[in-house]
Design a protein around this ligand. Structure first.
Ligand SMILES: [Zn+2]
Length: 337
């Protein structure tokens, strides 16, 4: 029997029943970002991949629920059904509206989209995409970039060198003060000889508020994901407060019933702090989602766990998705590595 066949079998209803006890208060939340458009250098999933994963999970006995429902049940002290699977998409790109319209809605699979409000408002496009654009469009062979007082000598003379340089710069941007991040990204682009368009290029367009409203009317949920996508742990508390309250206010203004669940920008546990959790609570959020790959876990009596709920990045293949969307990955966590 192949590994794929074994996983399909084990993640089915019988395996789920047998291994329910090891899941205690765990369920699966998947996170995805973009629809693949290789000709535009956009990495992501194809509609077909997402459709096939949803169908495979449904056949295995997964139960699709909205993220808001899942968190509300946890808050009410219920033990979560480990067969629950929730889907989320981050940022609010136009292709996410397409994915919701063409895949999630026809399959009646709930999905929550987290919106960067300044992106939909036309005030900015995400700094990490701006960096990617600058590195994709530079014609320089090398450049010296200063970040947070540290100098980086970058090689840019091949696609793989440019990718490596982008990675280095982006990771360092996540470590330094984010107050003036957008100005810093413009300076980096200028050093690379690239002028950043103020409006996002075709492959980085946001959905419109009107599209969001139409999707909401059809059952898609929307939650806030900050105004500018800067990293909270690298911002002064006053700016973090504006990012949470401001994005939540924009969603409340534009939509009928936005979901009071916040998604931390970039979302690793080092990207937000206790003070940010306090701000989210004060803003009326019932929970927050992170990006560290793991099951969502909210043990009873641990309300704080609801403000850093983990998600699995949606894999590209059905077999890995079945592992994450069932008890199988949990069993693997017990194995010595
Ligand atoms: Zn994001």
């Amino acid at each position: 029997m192949s590994m794929g066949t074994a996983i399909r079998l084990l993640s089915g209803p019988m395996g789920r029943r047998l291994f329910r006890p090891i899941m205690r208060n765990r369920a699966t939340i998947f996170m995805l970002h973009r629809v693949a458009a290789p000709e535009q250098d956009v990495h992501g999933h194809t509609l077909e991949q997402v459709r096939n994963i949803i169908l495979a999970l449904a056949r295995s006995g997964a139960r699709f629920v909205s993220l808001r429902d899942m968190l509300e049940r946890w808050r009410a002290g219920e033990t979560i059904d480990p067969d629950c699977v929730a889907f989320t998409m981050d940022d609010g790109f136009a292709d996410q509206a397409l994915l919701a319209r063409q895949v999630f809605l026809p399959l009646r699979c709930p999905v929550t989209i987290f919106l960067i409000s300044g992106f939909l408002d036309g005030e900015l496009w995400p700094w990490d995409d701006q960096l990617a654009y600058a590195f994709a469009n530079t014609t320089k062979e090398r450049a010296d970039v200063v970040l947070g007082g540290q100098s980086f000598a970058l090689r840019l003379d091949s696609p793989s060198a440019r990718r490596a340089a982008l990675h280095r710069v982006r990771e360092h941007c996540k470590q330094i003060d984010n107050s003036n991040l957008y100005a810093l990204v413009r300076t980096i682009a200028a050093t690379l000889g690239v002028r950043l368009p103020s409006r996002p290029p075709a492959q980085h367009q946001p959905m419109t508020w009107e599209e969001a409203r139409a999707l909401e009317a059809d059952g898609v949920e929307f939650g806030p994901h900050s105004i500018s996508h800067r990293i909270f742990s690298r911002l002064p508390v006053e700016q973090s407060r504006v990012e949470i309250n401001g994005s939540w206010a924009r969603l409340q203004h534009e939509l009928r019933h936005p979901s009071p669940v916040f998604a931390w920008p970039t979302g690793r546990h080092t990207d937000y702090t206790e003070k940010d959790v306090e701000l989210a609570r004060a803003a009326g959020m019932i929970g927050c989602v992170a990006t560290d790959d793991d099951y969502a876990y909210a043990p009873r009596g641990r309300e704080d766990a609801l403000f850093g709920v983990r998600r699995f990045a949606l894999p590209e293949d059905e077999v890995t998705a079945l592992r994450y969307g069932s008890w199988l990955e949990r069993a693997r966590q017990f194995l010595p590595v």
